[in-house]
Design a binder for this molecule. Sequence first.
Ligand SMILES: CC(=O)SCCNC(=O)CCNC(=O)[C@H](O)C(C)(C)COP(=O)(O)OP(=O)(O)OC[C@H]1O[C@@H](n2cnc3c(N)ncnc32)[C@H](O)[C@@H]1OP(=O)(O)O
Ligand SMILES: CC(=O)C(=O)O
Ligand SMILES: [Mg+2]
Length: 356
Amino acid sequence: MRSAKDFFAPLAVGAPTPVTEVPARPSRMIHFFDPSNPKMAAKVPDMVGVSDVLLGNLEDAVVADKKEAAREGLVQIAKDVDFGEHTQLWTRINSLDSPWVLDDLTRLVTEVGDQLDVIMVPKVQGPEDIHYIDRILAQLEAKGGVQRPILVHAILETARGMANVEEIAGASPRMQGISLGPADLAADRRMKTTRVGGGHPGYLVRQDPAKGLDGAPDYTGERSVFQQDLWHYTIARMVDACAMHGIFPFYGPFGDIKDTVACEDQFRNAFLLGCVGAWSLHPVQIEIAKKVFSPTAEDVAHARRVKEAMPDGRGAVMIDGKMEDDASFKQCMVVLELAERLSANDPELATMYEEA
Ligand SMILES: CC(=O)SCCNC(=O)CCNC(=O)[C@H](O)C(C)(C)COP(=O)(O)OP(=O)(O)OC[C@H]1O[C@@H](n2cnc3c(N)ncnc32)[C@H](O)[C@@H]1OP(=O)(O)O
Ligand SMILES: CC(=O)C(=O)O
Ligand SMILES: [Mg+2]
């Protein structure tokens, strides 16, 4: 463990000073594109300002013989495209045990390090993986003359990573956030779902049987079933780990692109539990994430009323028959702060909240 007093010192001579607070930039959707796919790459400039985060994916979903093309494609995009103030450029590098990761890091950081906001690291197993990335990034930042520290995002997609999630979240001042990786995590845990995120009709709770005429349970009657959320425990624990360390939790991918309704439900569950965003794999999911991860006009209006009724956040008042006090005031401030942050980037949302 590093001494607290050294935690914010650069890990290489000439590397930029680490941040003491992770910038809370709007990141409602992390939109994935494959930089080796010319059709997807061509769409990137038009997605600036549409997606909060554009992520050039180098890992899974990019075939082995396209790894170099994806890396070079991303370098070119980072050089050619102006991402402006409101869209961040991220990448997902290959896993730390792969033959590509060293070149991914070396090439990207020394060539376009100042354009990259966050590097997503897949299959993080424990804090030691983050310590490795922390040091090598510092060395490469120094070599490339990078001016601001590149932040790090871990994907939670192994049982060991899950068991170490709190240590991962606090492993470096570079840690920006953590995403749930439901596909690899399901495989690693030997879960028996073949879906990429989302629920499963087999994971359910069934209503008790009604009583028959003789007062005994009638096991033959109709009984409602309630599908449960396979990911509840994992997301809730990830949210706590992130909140504890002042970093941001994200739901990951929802693979059933055509099921926009269930995607919206899964995203909203994550939003309500504390996540700030989700991944978008297809352009259709950008709008879903934008809708879900922006507070509703009703919630903003309610939060404002509570703030007006309790300007200093103390005491207890009744609003619409409900008690509001210091704690619910804080809940309302979470909503208002998020609405304010998002409005600064999104004039449409700003107008909606003004009129709420
Ligand atoms: C478990 C994990 O690790 S998840 C993360 C890794 N996976 C990914 O990154 C997957 C990213 N997404 C994709 O590869 C694709 O969206 C797929 C394979 C799911 C579907 O692709 P398609 O079958 O081409 O979808 P579809 O036909 O609806 O595409 C419509 C248009 O949107 C484009 N498009 C599709 N996905 C994207 C994207 N992520 N970004 C930009 N454009 C996209 C297509 O190129 C197509 O363009 P065109 O109209 O010029 O032909
Ligand atoms: C997100 C991811 O990489 C996974 O689900 O495996
Ligand atoms: Mg994965």
